[in-house]
Ligand binder design. Structure first.
Ligand SMILES: Nc1ncnc2c1ncn2[C@@H]1O[C@H](COP(=O)(O)OP(=O)(O)OP(=O)(O)O)[C@@H](O)[C@H]1O
Length: 275
């Protein structure tokens, strides 16, 4: 009887301090008509609770595939991966994450509020709970007051914020974001980068973020995962020494430029591997 109590404490500690996402020797080979495509190979990665992790690398290095494996949308062919200590499938069933895609993907016939509400309707939340959550997440992405507008009445940046609100609506601990700002101009992107950091600080979510932009990766992340293609693999993992609070001007500091330089070197090394 006395032995049971400390065991529970340890279990709780392991659950709260263990990695949110852990991949070991992870590989995924697609079988195609033109032969096998090695999208990912030998990926070892540990992501802690509250980390902001960017995945950066050239087209085809497996960034989206890795996010899709976390989300149980693809099955690895080698190695193991856990999400919140369980399989991606179990994590999906427990609604462990929200997914934000490159295009906002809002239904044009639904208002912004109705788009954000959609997953909550599907999950069977009560009308009152739906209304409360929609108002809260629209406030978080600074779209309070836009609930009754239609997507076409909003700018591209605002639409993308609405799609982030939709992913936040059911309060998942993990946010998977696949190049959410790639199609936006630089000023809007700067603004959204600041907003995402603010959101992250407020909600303490674990964020996995795919990008092609070195400054975006360095500005946002606590951990930067540099990848290279053919076969898709991790070539460098950089733990950022930058403080969590980051004004945009931090991008001109020597510390920032030093990390950006290391990312660029990592990307270059990945490329020379190919030739
Ligand atoms: N369903 C699939 N069937 C076959 N090959 C696939 C499939 N999905 C992805 N691939 C291939 O796997 C590799 C990795 O693709 P992935 O989309 O993950 O790359 P990425 O790094 O996200 O690229 P991008 O930056 O262009 O989005 C590519 O060579 C791609 O063509």
């Amino acid at each position: 009887m006395t032995a049971a109590a400390p065991k529970t404490d340890r279990d709780d500690l392991a659950r709260t301090s263990g990695p949110v996402i852990e991949a070991q020797g992870l590989g995924l080979t697609f079988q195609t008509a033109d032969g096998p495509v090695h999208a990912l190979t030998g990926v070892d990665l540990s992501i802690g609770k509250g980390d902001f992790v960017s995945f950066i690398g050239p087209s085809g290095c497996g960034k989206t595939t890795f996010l899709r494996v976390i989300a149980d949308l693809e099955q690895p062919t080698e190695g193991t991966i856990t999400v919140n200590g369980v399989s991606p499938r179990e994590a999906r069933l427990a609604r462990a994450y929200g997914y934000v895609f490159q295009a906002a993907g809002l239904y044009p016939w639904r208002t912004i509020g109705a788009n954000v509400r959609l997953p909550l309707e599907i999950m069977g939340y009560s009308k009152a709970e739906q209304a409360e959550r929609v108002a809260r997440v629209l406030g978080l992405v600074e779209l309070a007051g836009f609930e009754k507008k239609f997507p076409w009445q909003l700018s591209g940046g605002m639409q993308q914020r609405a799609s982030i609100a939709r992913a936040l609506a059911f309060d998942a601990d993990i946010l998977l974001m696949d190049e959410p700002f790639g199609a936006l101009d630089e000023i809007v992107r700067d603004h959204l980068n600041e907003e995402v950091l603010r959101l992250w600080a407020k909600t303490r979510k674990t964020i996995c973020f795919v990008t092609h932009s070195i400054p975006e990766a360095v500005y946002l992340s606590t951990k930067i995962v540099v990848m290279s293609p053919r076969p898709g693999r991790v070539t460098d993992v950089i733990e950022s020494p930058l403080p969590r609070e980051r004004p945009l001007e931090i991008r001109e500091t020597p510390e920032f430029l030093e990390i950006a330089h290391r990312v660029r070197e990592g990307l270059r090394a990945g490329h020379s591997y190919d030739v």
